[in-house]
Design a protein around this ligand. Structure first.
Ligand code: PEP
Ligand code: MG
Length: 873
């Protein structure tokens, strides 16, 4: 049997997106459920591939199949291609498997020529309409098919308007349009050396080929690169009989969503224009009317559209984005597709649809993008604090959330201030791509110019960062480092606050609060928890982070990095004395100063976690990280320790390493200086016993040894941990339980995991270091070349963001298998950054790990991703 290259709409269905493209498959589906779709056929995506395989030629067989479909279309519409009395006109549109809006080409009114134009004039009793359509067709054909610059056609049109002193295209008379048609045809003759093709069949084949060529135009290629769409799947072409929304006041065209795409509210949302064609709505030449108004203007059509929209949503079981045209009071459906929506709308619609029995909870969970939840987790202003705030101006609410900080006028200044721990707001006239790092570092962004789709708005939304754009009331003087609002001057370092959800700009600093996870969010999370089997923990080093994470649903701490506590300004002097001690006694003295502070930290964290498990890691970074780098700070430290500056410099120098990441860090520190570990173990145990007794929380501390690569490293330190822990238990007369485990973050450890599991009670995969050491890429420096690797197709993903399943993932899997060979009940989780990345979470679930641990704001994302993993994503 011959291969089928062309499908009539009634021969396809919604499942055939790969072959018919999204648009073609949905047109077929709508046709088959009996909706009023203008008749037509789809030339498949395989024809596109074949076209390229055959050096950009359509084979005779393909042309024959197109001809046959055309004959059927003529019979159905009772019109004929090229017929003077009753001509068939068609649109020719692209449509790939994945939606690529506006990236490829479309041709309307195909079939018009010097003879059929008269037929159309006669049928519509509107000669002007016929010639306007004709000149539009020649222009589109010349531009898209024959690649003649659009400007040449525009010039003719502008000249005609100018000559007659018209303001609008609508003032052009039939005679003007006839002259324009002649002029347009001349451009084509001059540019191509041939007459404008009068045979509609020639027009059609040329148009189909042009759509195939547009698959590989520059913007389509970059769109596919940006959206991970394969380049070899090709586009289909839909040939559909034309309907006209511009045939008078009983005609029109519009676009509508079955629910509100911004909020998810279950109410038809859309716009339409009377007496207009599709492009007029998109181009924004006239202001469209709200879809609700159609009820008054054309009640019958509105009723039919409303019912059809409901039917489509019910049929597809998802929010639809629908294009329609009304031709002389008759409704036609031109397209339906899944509607793009905000994260809030996605959540709201998913929950509502479960309640409406439209979809199951499983479908609701699988349909959401975990990463998009990030947009909903942003802070808001404290209500009380906001009452006293002075409103300065209102701009556009470009990206939601609340932010407060000191103003800075360059990305660089923001980065420096943010690195010093300051809260910052980047204020710019408008942002450009060079500002990206500053935008990332800032708490919020304020621009004087630019709309909702300006660079600042688009980038900020992508980052989930609060942004107020186009706030024209502010006068920014970047050179003078100041801005003025209503006579008030704000200089670099002054505080302001932004509400990116309302566009409001306030004077001074306003306290922000983290959002409550209630309503739709809470419901989705609760459903996710029903399905997931992975436990979600958090990486938290402070009681505050721990409480935020618990509110987001964290079930424990998977990694508490104790070094962050050592950097605290108040304890840094003791830490430095400890590092620079010349004897064990001196070191123990300094450690004794640190002990109560560490214990205090742990008490706070255990309290915040209310009995949930807490994994505390012993000190990890190389010690020189705690020593000063600036000359002035070195002098001060020397004075504090009572030694000469030269000696101080020498000691610091002595601690420097060529490759600190591969140097004296992790468990190696505890092996050289067991007293540091001893102090930490004591603090962990004493704090746990105190909180357990005082608050009756069931605290079971999990003490974790970092960077183990040799079995004996672990057994050596395991003994120290247990000796001290037991000693504290005796001292405090406590029977508290505790666990001792290890990070698995050195490739060697993954290969001897069975040996380590003989003593270790849990494994926590440090996939940051494991990625670093497996690739041999420095995690601090790889950023500079990973972009090149991605651009050159050597890497598809940054392995520090999403787990490299084949390499690093395989090591994790090996370790998990070996570990469980020795100890079937061994608890295993991940605490590297990958613990908050949905794709990585799917993988960790698939190899049977027990938990992932991620930063507090990632916890909801991880909960949803873990549920999706359990549901087979
Ligand atoms: C890791 O290496 O994955 C890890 C969690 O530890 P850190 O990032 O502190 O080195
Ligand atoms: Mg590590």
């Amino acid at each position: 049997m011959l291969k089928k290259w062309v499908y009539l709409f009634e021969e396809g269905n919604a499942e055939m997106k790969a072959l018919l493209g999204g648009k073609g498959a949905n047109l077929a589906e709508m046709t088959n459920i009996g909706l009023p779709v203008p008749q037509g056929f789809t030339v498949t995506t395989e024809v596109c591939t074949e076209y390229y395989n055959q050096s950009e030629k359509l084979s005779d067989e393909i042309i024959t199949q197109i001809d046959k479909s055309l004959v059927i279309l003529e019979a159905k519409t009772e019109k004929q291609f090229g017929n003077k009395e009753n001509p068939l006109l068609v649109s020719v549109r692209s449509g790939a498997k994945f939606s690529m809006p506006g990236m490829m080409d479309t041709i309307l009114n195909l079939g018009l020529n010097d003879e059929t134009v008269a037929g159309i004039a006669k049928i519509t009793k509107n000669e002007r309409f016929a010639f306007d359509s004709y000149r539009r067709f020649i222009q589109m054909f010349g531009d898209v098919v024959q690649e003649i610059p659009k400007a040449e056609f525009d010039k003719i049109l502008e000249d005609a308007k100018h000559k007659n002193s018209y303001k609008d295209d609508t003032q052009l008379t039939t005679d003007d349009l006839k002259e324009i048609v002649v002029a347009y045809k001349k451009i084509i003759k001059d540019e191509t050396g041939k007459d404008f093709p009068m045979d509609p069949k020639d027009q059609l084949l040329m148009a189909i080929e042009a759509v195939f060529r547009s698959w590989n135009n520059k913007r389509a290629i970059s769109y596919r690169n940006m959206n991970d769409i394969p380049h070899d799947i090709g586009t289909a072409v839909n040939v559909q009989s034309m309907v006209y929304g511009n045939m008078g006041d009983d005609s029109g065209t519009g676009v509508a969503f079955t629910r509100n795409p911004a909020t998810g509210q279950n109410k038809l949302f859309g716009e339409f224009l009377i007496n207009a064609q599709g492009e007029d709505v998109v181009a924004g030449i006239r202001t469209p009317k709200n879809i609700d108004d159609l009820k008054d203007i054309m009640p019958e059509v509105y009723k039919q559209f409303h019912e059809t929209a409901a039917l489509l949503e019910n049929h597809y079981k998802d929010m639809q984005d629908i294009e329609f045209t009304i031709e002389k009071g008759k409704l036609y459906m031109l397209q339906t597709r899944t509607g793009k929506r905000t994260a809030a709308a996605a959540l709201c619609a998913a929950v509502d649809m479960v309640k409406e029995d439209l979809i199951t909870k499983e479908e609701a969970i699988l349909r959401l993008d975990p990463l998009s939840l990030d947009q909903l987790l942003h802070p808001t202003f404290e209500t009380e604090a906001l009452k006293n705030a002075e409103l300065l101006a209102t701009g556009l609410p470009a990206s939601p959330g609340a932010a407060t900080g000191k103003v800075y006028f360059t990305a660089e200044a923001v980065c420096t201030a943010a690195a010093n721990g300051e809260e910052t707001i980047l204020v710019r006239k408008e942002t450009s791509p060079e500002d990206i790092e500053g935008m990332y570092a800032a708490n919020g962004i304020l621009t004087a110019r630019g709309g909702m789709t300006s660079h600042a708005a688009v980038v900020a939304r992508g980052m989930g960062k609060c942004c107020v754009a186009g706030c024209e009331a502010i006068k920014v003087d970047e050179a003078a480092k100041q801005f003025v609002i209503g006579g008030q001057v704000f200089k670099e370092g002054d505080y302001i606050s932004l509400n990116g959800s309302t566009g409001k700009v306030y004077k001074g600093s306003i306290k922000t609060v983290t959002p409550e996870l209630s309503g739709h969010f809470g419901e989705i999370m609760a459903w996710a928890d029903e399905f997931r089997t992975l436990t979600i923990r958090t990486n938290a080093d402070t009681p505050n982070d721990a409480s935020v994470a618990v509110r987001f649903g964290a079930e424990g701490i998977g990694l508490c990095r104790t070094e962050h506590m050592f950097f605290d300004e108040k304890r840094l002097p003791s830490v430095r004395r400890m590092i620079l001690a010349e004897s064990k006694e001196q070191r123990e003295k300094a450690l004794a100063e640190i002990l109560p502070m560490q214990k205090g930290d742990f008490i706070g964290i255990y309290k915040a976690m209310e009995g949930r498990p807490v994994t505390v890691r012993l000190l990890d970074p190389p010690l020189h990280e705690f020593l000063p780098k600036e000359a002035r700070d070195i002098e001060l430290l020397a004075a504090d320790l009572g030694i000469s500056n030269e000696d101080m410099v020498e000691v610091i120098h002595g601690l420097e390493e060529f490759n600190p990441m591969l140097g004296h860090r992790g468990c190696r520190l505890a092996i050289t200086f067991p007293e540091i570990a001893e102090m930490q173990i004591r603090a962990i145990m004493e704090a746990a016993i105190e909180v357990k007794e005082k608050y009756n929380f069931d605290v079971v501390p999990e003490i974790m040894i970092p960077l183990v690569g040799i079995k004996e490293e672990f057994t050596y330190l395991d003994k120290i941990v247990r000796d001290i822990a037991e000693l504290v238990k005796v001292e405090k007369k406590s029977d508290i339980k505790y666990l001792v485990g290890t990070m698995i973050e050195i490739p060697r450890a993954t290969l001897i995991a069975d040996q380590i599991a003989e003593t270790a009670e849990f494994f926590s995969f440090g996939t940051n270091d494991l990625t670093q050491m497996t690739y041999g890429f420095s995690r601090d420096d790889a950023g500079s070349f990973i972009t090149d690797y991605k651009e050159k197709g050597i890497l598809t993903n940054d392995p520090f963001q999403s787990i490299d399943v084949e390499g690093v993932g395989s090591l994790v899997q090996t370790a998990s298998i070996l570990g469980r060979q020795t100890k079937p009940e061994l608890k295993m989780g991940v605490c590297g950054e990958h613990g908050g990345d949905p794709k990585s979470i799917y993988f960790f679930h698939s190899i049977g790990l027990n938990y992932v641990s991620c930063s507090p704001f990632r916890v909801p994302i991880a909960r949803l991703a873990a549920a999706q993993a359990a549901l087979g994503k």
